[in-house]
Design a protein around this ligand. Structure first.
Ligand code: SF4
Ligand code: SF4
Length: 377
């Protein structure tokens, strides 16, 4: 029998513990978690083996492992674990470390995952937008009103040049970071699972998209069943807000039409429905976390930073609009300013925050389907 030498990476163990997997050492390998998990394939199932890898500090076996993303953190395993080792939370901590490893530049990843940098994360966009406000002379000359004397956010922060000057290069960097991360992650998964052979990659991509759109995987959850509706609301509200942004770009660049748009215009209808869905969905996520905290845990700083940013985007956007319509400039402009800060945080930190789970989970699901590993067909 051949011998396998294991060199535990103790720093990795410490990092998993610090990232929210503090219960890791309680695991005594009984396999209850693997038995109750509805997502795991029968062959080399998870999450017991991941608990062992994590205890042994086998970093390479974990961060390039597609299984950690097939887990949807339903918390069934955490609820049934007889030792309170919280395997669902440990896998969540490992996913966070995967995001940190693959998202470039890694220094920014470390910054986003550290609670001590939280103030800096919001200070950066605040300073940028304050400079834009000062350049335009709003502090000394006030903000010009729009047509008919109404409050106009386009006059406060004109899309051309300020918003586009900032967000177009930012969006390009975010896409580049994700492309580099996906490429490296796919290559590492291929090395650790063996090169994917034979599968139809287009079919794997289409099946993954269909599965994500229907949130079929969430049906397997028992302990946190109500996650499906809240997650669907947030997911589709993001799609709605992306459509709204695309229409705004079309209006601005092709029709030369700046906001504010009438409340009856399609852009406002989709935007408002999406904004309300976002606030309801994220409130449900928070309420479910509190309700299930004994069984599933409250989540880590990483989870809560994302929740705060999404809440911030939705709430400031909604309040900015309400106070604009009420013509209360003294609240409407600061609210819109805060909205821009939260939007910046959502986009700029996307490759390093929980937002990145959409990208890495999708990649792992495509890979797993491609190699015939995924249980959910
Ligand atoms: S995490 Fe809990 S249920 Fe899973 S193997 Fe360890 S002790 Fe058993
Ligand atoms: S959290 Fe749910 S999906 Fe993830 S390993 Fe545990 S039981 Fe399986």
């Amino acid at each position: 029998m051949s011998e396998q030498i294991i060199s535990p990476d103790l720093n990795f163990v410490k990092e998993v513990i610090a990232s929210g997997g503090e219960s890791l050492k309680k695991c005594y390998q009984c396999s209850t978690c693997t038995v109750v998990c509805g997502m795991t394939p029968d062959k080399t199932p998870f999450p017991r083996k991941e608990m062992l890898y994590a205890q042994w500090g086998m970093k390479d076996k974990l961060v390039s492992n597609p299984d950690i993303w097939l887990c949807h953190q339903c918390s069934d395993c955490t609820a049934f674990c007889p030792r309170g080792a919280k395997p669902g939370e440990v896998l969540g901590a490992i996913r966070k470390m995967t995001i940190k490893k693959y998202s470039k530049p890694t220094a920014l990843g470390s910054m986003v995952s550290e609670p001590k940098s939280a103030i800096l994360l919001f200070a950066i966009p605040t300073i940028i937008f304050l400079i834009f406000v000062m350049i335009q002379g709003h502090f000394t000359e006030g903000v010009p009103r729009g047509e008919g004397g109404i409050i106009s956010f386009s006059k406060f922060m004109p899309p051309i040049p300020y918003i586009d000057f900032l967000f177009i290069p930012l969006a390009s960097l975010v896409v580049l970071s994700f492309v580099l991360g996906i490429k490296e992650y796919w290559s590492d998964m291929s090395k650790s699972c063996g090169k994917a052979k034979g599968g139809d990659i287009n079919k794997s991509i289409i099946d993954t998209i269909v599965e994500i759109l229907s949130h079929k995987r969430f049906k397997e959850c028992n302990v946190t069943k109500d996650r499906k509706i809240s997650h669907l609301l947030v997911f589709y509200s993001f799609i709605g807000l992306a459509i709204t942004t695309s229409i705004a770009v079309f209006y601005l660049y092709f029709l030369k039409w700046e906001s504010p748009y009438p409340q009856t215009n399609i852009i406002k209808i989709i935007g408002n429905i999406s904004g309300i869905a976002l606030l309801i969905g994220i409130s449900m996520i928070v309420s479910n976390r509190i309700k299930n905290k004994d069984k599933a845990g409250m989540g880590s700083y990483f989870d809560w930073l994302f929740i705060v940013i999404v809440y911030g985007v939705g709430a400031t956007g909604m309040f900015a609009q309400i106070f604009r319509l009420l013509d209360i400039a003294i609240i409407a402009y600061p609210m819109y300013f805060a909205h821009l800060v939260f939007i910046f945080a959502l986009f700029a930190y996307a490759p390093f925050s929980k937002m990145a789970h959409m990208v890495y989970r999708t990649t792992a699901m495509v890979f797993a389907k491609h190699i015939g590993r995924d249980k959910i067909a």
